[in-house]
Ligand binder design. Structure first.
Ligand code: XIL
Length: 591
């Protein structure tokens, strides 16, 4: 028991008060704790510990009430976070309701644990999960999330993981609350216009992950008001959407999709065929023949595209090329190795059969710059697919960039080479989207690293704007608060346009300054007397190649699509006032 915890004391008082008195104390929107025991004053029931005896090495665990807290002590063992668990079953969760989860947690040494609501039975899916860092000083955690799963027998769990030691929890409350209300949104843009106002110039998108979407109205408010498009960061991946063969779980993606529809946001399908985040039922079954694998791939494509029939874009194949002995080649994966090189062709053909209207994309990283081996190999693959009549409309340049912790520049973009790359795709009639842009900075953060973050986000945006065949610029996550970076690249952080308090970074403002050079009504460049050329490839003639991009409004547009005048915001305002916003250096983009 933590004597100083006000929440604990409140609970103790609450339990001796009659029901009528309780109502006086309760917030209007607040109901009772749906857990039967969250205070552990004497008993641990109905909580249980669950150490996996089948993990390698097998985990050991004892759980007991210690000083009024529920503690899990582990000597050794476990392999995965879920191998040692503290949980409670039979938690009634109603779809569409908002729940406040609150608890206090501590550990004998600093460590991360995960807490989650989820399905109580295999194939155990998370409804809502957060990873937290805890230490010897008990810390209170609190979140309100929207539950989208109907489950009268749900579970609430702490996944403690493999690190030996002691973890204690206390004052666990899950209660239904009213939908959080937020005040009207005001863009932080220095131009007073959000990104979204400029969607005729380029559509800005962001990846949205399920936990932040379900728990942060502030996050959703920024996404809704600043962006034109979203990509599900994880929920459409095969392990989550087809966890067992033939059984699709669309619940999380449906929630995101219906929200996107309600808010008028474009929704990108991502990804159909990928080797990562795939379920074990397909990955581990080495007996599957080529024909069976093709059947499973087709069923997955049909299942997803059939359920979401009106999406404008799909990443059909993700990351199929990688270096092997220094040479880029088809990556050895369960898809490739069991089907053969033609799995890419087959996936695109099936996707076209499943949806005749959507645009089909190949998506990959380190393919942004012309003249680099992997990038050239992917271009060659796509050019070859086009020539053979394989239905492919676009290429997604993921665009994950970085500055190393010691300030090294091996991961910063070469914008000229990117312009040249986008241009060569235009020449073969292939649309280009920036699909996953982030710019992670090695720790510690300093001004020069941040300056590079600002410079390259804006230069990349300008390169996309200048290219007629580049219509979308999607960032891989809105803010540092739900970033995939620190867990994937532990020495890095600060990769996004908004920080962990949702404050915009300078890159966001610089990008807005770039957008301010254009007329939001038609996407044309305001004012000016001529372009600067915008670097190698920036003056290319989209649509002049063998297969012009079909959907460019200004087909055969041969004017230089250069960055034009480098005007300040004040200068632009003056030009606009003088009615000088006449010269369009750039044709309007298709919607
Ligand atoms: C990442 C997600 O953002 C993470 O949350 C997840 O743990 C791993 O995958 N290329 C892709 C994306 O195509 O789907 C990946 O997303 C990042 C790399």
């Amino acid at each position: 028991m933590i004597a100083s915890s006000p929440q604990k004391n409140l609970k103790k008082v609450a339990r001796v008060l009659p029901a009528a008195a309780l109502c006086l104390f309760a917030l209007p929107a607040s109901a009772a704790n749906i857990l039967t025991n969250g205070t552990f004053d004497t008993a641990k029931d109905p909580w249980w510990g669950n150490a996996s005896t089948t993990s390698d090495p097998p985990a050991d665990q004892t759980i007991a009430v210690e000083e009024g807290k529920l503690c899990s002590t582990q000597v050794s063992g476990g392999k995965n976070p879920w191998d040692v668990v503290l949980g409670v079953s039979g938690v009634p969760l109603v779809a569409g309701k908002y729940y406040r989860i609150a608890f206090s947690a501590s550990a004998d040494v600093e460590r991360t644990i995960k807490y989650k609501t989820g399905l109580g039975e295999a194939p155990y899916s998370d409804y809502f999960a957060q990873t937290i860092t805890i230490s010897p000083t008990p810390k209170d955690f609190e979140v309100t999330y929207k539950n989208v799963h109907e489950d009268p027998m749900g579970q609430f769990q702490f996944q403690i993981g493999k690190t030996a030691g002691k973890v204690c929890i206390d004052n666990v409350v899950i209660e239904e609350v009213a939908e959080p209300v937020l005040p009207a949104y005001m863009t932080p843009s220095i131009t007073t216009k959000p990104f979204k106002a400029y969607e005729k110039v380029v559509k800005m998108g962001t990846a949205v992950d399920t936990p932040i979407f379900l728990s942060s109205p502030k996050h959703n408010q920024i996404v809704e008001n600043e962006f034109s498009a979203i990509t599900p960061a994880n929920s459409m991946k095969m392990n989550l959407i087809q966890p067992t063969q033939g059984t699709f779980d669309f619940v999380d993606t449906d929630a995101l999709y219906s929200w996107a529809q309600a808010k008028g946001l474009e929704f990108r399908g991502h990804p159909l065929v990928w080797h990562t985040q795939a379920p074990s039922w397909i990955q581990d079954d080495t007996t599957l023949t080529r024909d069976q694998m093709i059947g499973l791939m087709n069923a997955h494509i049909d299942g997803l595209m059939g359920h979401y029939p009106n999406l404008p874009y799909w990443d059909v194949v993700n990351e199929a090329i990688e270096f092997s002995n220094g040479v880029p080649a088809f990556r050895s994966t369960f898809w490739h190795d069991r089907i053969g090189d033609d799995f890419v062709d087959l996936a695109f053909q099936r996707a076209r059969m499943a949806d005749a209207d959507t645009k089909l994309f190949y998506n990959d990283y380190n393919i942004e710059q012309a003249g680099e081996a992997k990038s050239d190999r992917v271009f060659q693959m796509i050019q070859d697919m086009k020539m053979r009549g394989i239905p492919i409309d676009g290429v997604g340049l993921q665009s994950h960039y970085f500055v190393t912790p010691d300030g090294g520049l091996s991961g910063v973009p070469n914008i000229d080479a990117i312009r040249a790359n986008i241009k060569r795709y235009a020449d073969i009639g292939v649309e280009v989207h920036i699909t996953e842009c982030d710019f992670r900075l090695g720790k510690p953060l300093d001004d020069s690293k941040l300056a590079l973050h600002t410079k390259f986000f804006s230069e990349l945006l300008q390169a996309c704007i200048d290219a007629e065949n580049c219509t979308h610029f999607t960032v891989w996550g809105l803010s540092d608060i739900d970033s995939w970076v620190p867990s994937t690249f532990p020495d890095y952080d600060y990769a996004h346009l908004f920080d962990s308090a949702f404050a915009p970074r300078p890159a966001y403002q610089e990008m807005n300054k770039i957008f301010a050079k254009y007329n939001p009504d038609d996407g044309t460049l305001l004012g000016g007397t001529g372009g600067t050329g915008g670097g190698t490839g920036g003056t290319g003639t989209a649509g002049s190649g063998s297969g012009a991009v079909a959907e460019t409004k200004d087909s055969g547009c041969s004017v230089a699509r250069a960055s034009g005048v480098d005007a300040t915001g004040a200068g632009l305002a003056l030009l606009a006032l003088l009615g000088l916003s006449l010269v369009s250096r750039r044709a309007a983009k298709p919607d």
